[in-house]
Design a protein around this ligand. Structure first.
Ligand SMILES: *[C@@H]1O[C@H](CO)[C@@H](O)[C@H](O)[C@H]1NC(C)=O
Ligand SMILES: *[C@@H]1O[C@H](CO)[C@@H](O)[C@H](O)[C@H]1NC(C)=O
Length: 455
């Protein structure tokens, strides 16, 4: 984008209005509270009316108006917490009371899950509102210490990155450290975990599996859930590689979104049936190798299993599976990390020109600024070849915990790249806390961010 266009954008009336109306309402709030004595009086009055069974009937209309405005704030301080009610589980029976329902993957299939979930939401109306877009992020690692001496250090930082992203976007996180089906090791551990999470979280619509070695490198980006309205499963992949090349790496099973519904229960049962707990495990290994010529190991794996279902049972599952490649739903680190410095420069160039983007704000307001950013990222591309921050940088092949990385690169290459990605993400986050890392390769150093930086 040319800089002249940018300065035009900077002067958009919309942006100035947003800022000035915010300022105006801030001043108005201040005005309501100027009289300290009045405030103290109102506090006492509100507290008193809390304990009084029949609130006093004030006749002064001026006082009454002030009280409703200030009182609504104060009452939320005093205990009526709005939002989901986590303290009352009605005694009415629901699927949790069914002794036949098991959380494990190799038990009788879950039936009528849509109805069961709906019934639970009906019993818990405070969770029903907003349920259609609610997400839980699911990730995890092995139960035992990492073999790689810096493995647990890296896992902690990788987890911190996911928690940071999720806190910014109001998403819950479940970190799993155990195999819910002991035979389903490593990459097979996803399906038993996701099934249990769906049962444990009827309040969420989407389960978002994110491998432990994936880094969220755009802290602002919001999953475009509207795009997936008609789908139940979202994965990064390339249709020509799936359907023409028949490659087992045509998709990446390390990051996916799956809707909390009956379709997904059925899908996961079929997917899991190719796993090591199944008597047909060896047979599936042979079938996968016969179809995917580029697969160079004999065991059945979850990713090949997914491509198999797309390829061989397309009519049954295909139309509910969204192959996402319009942004970095997940991207291969080796093609991403070299671009971080240029991306940082581009974003800073924009911030220098747009005062509204430089404004300090509460972390909880991040999404509102992220949406303003979108206006200035229209020319940034979608990741491939562009300068938009990649959403997820996936360290496929680096194996931070075991250290058993792909031999085409050194361990140091992997860990340095991971460090850079984590620091790149941390920099976006630390801005809200007033700090910035000056060097992507030195995660221990931070500088305070001056006011109005980087004007
Ligand atoms: C549920 O799991 C328990 C213990 O793992 C098992 O004994 C029981 O048979 C299972 N129920 C069903 C319906 O499979
Ligand atoms: C970064 O930008 C410079 C200048 O535009 C360009 O020459 C260089 O190739 C870019 N580096 C990468 C890794 O894209």
């Amino acid at each position: 984008m040319a800089s002249s266009e940018l300065s035009q954008l900077q002067n958009l009336p919309m942006e100035r209005n947003t800022v000035s109306s915010k300022t105006a309402s801030f001043l108005l709030d201040g005005f309501l509270f100027v009289g300290g004595g009045l405030v103290a009086f109102l506090v006492v009055w509100t507290l008193w009316s809390f304990f009084s069974p029949t609130p006093a009937n004030f006749s002064s209309s001026l006082l009454y108006r002030s009280e409703t405005s200030a009182g609504s704030r104060l009452s939320s301080c005093a205990g009526t917490v709005p939002g989901p009610d986590m303290r009352h589980d009605p005694p009415d029976q629901n699927f949790y009371d069914d002794p036949e329902l098991n959380y494990t993957i190799n038990t009788p299939p879950i039936k009528n899950w849509d109805e069961k979930r709906k019934e639970w939401l009906k019993q818990h109306p405070s969770f029903a509102s907003g349920a259609e877009n609610r997400i839980i992020m699911v990730t995890g690692s092995q139960a035992t210490p990492c073999e790689n001496p810096i493995g647990d250090y890296l896992l902690l930082k990788l987890f911190k990155n996911k928690v940071d992203y999720s806190r910014r976007h109001g998403i819950d996180v479940f970190y799993n450290n155990v195999l819910f089906e002991p035979k389903m090791f490593s990459f097979w551990a996803k399906t038993p975990t996701v099934k249990a999470v769906m049962l444990a979280h009827p309040e969420v619509e989407w389960v978002w599996w994110v491998d432990s070695d994936a880094v969220l490198t755009d802290m602002d980006f919001e999953l475009p859930l509207d795009r997936y309205k008609a789908h139940n499963f979202v994965i990064n992949g390339w249709p020509n590689l799936i359907y023409q090349k028949k490659s087992w790496t045509s998709i990446n099973a390390g990051v996916f979104l799956i809707r909390n519904c009956q379709w997904s229960m059925d899908f996961m049962d079929v997917w899991a049936s190719m796993g090591p707990q199944s008597p047909d495990y060896d047979k599936w290994g042979e079938i996968q190798r016969s179809i995917f010529k580029d697969k160079n190991f004999p065991e059945s794996d979850d990713q090949s299993g997914l491509v198999y279902l797309l390829l061989e049972q397309k009519e049954k599952w295909g139309d509910k599976i969204y192959i996402e490649n319009e942004y970095y739903f997940q991207g291969y680190w080796a093609e991403i990390v070299g671009g971080f410095d240029n991306i940082t420069d581009k974003y800073m160039e924009i911030e220098k020109k747009v005062a509204g983007l430089r404004r300090r704000h509460a972390e909880k307001m991040s999404e509102s600024y992220g949406r303003v950013w979108e206006e200035y990222l229209k020319e940034a591309g979608n990741g491939w070849g562009g300068w938009r921050r990649p959403f997820i940088t996936h360290f496929t092949g680096c194996e931070p915990c075991t250290g058993d990385h792909n031999k085409i690169y050194s361990g140091k290459t992997c860990y340095d790249a991971m460090q850079r990605a984590l620091t790149f993400a941390d920099n976006q986050l630390l801005r809200n806390y007033g700090f910035v890392h000056p060097d992507l390769l030195d995660p221990s150093k931070v500088n305070p961010v001056p006011f109005d930086y980087p004007a």
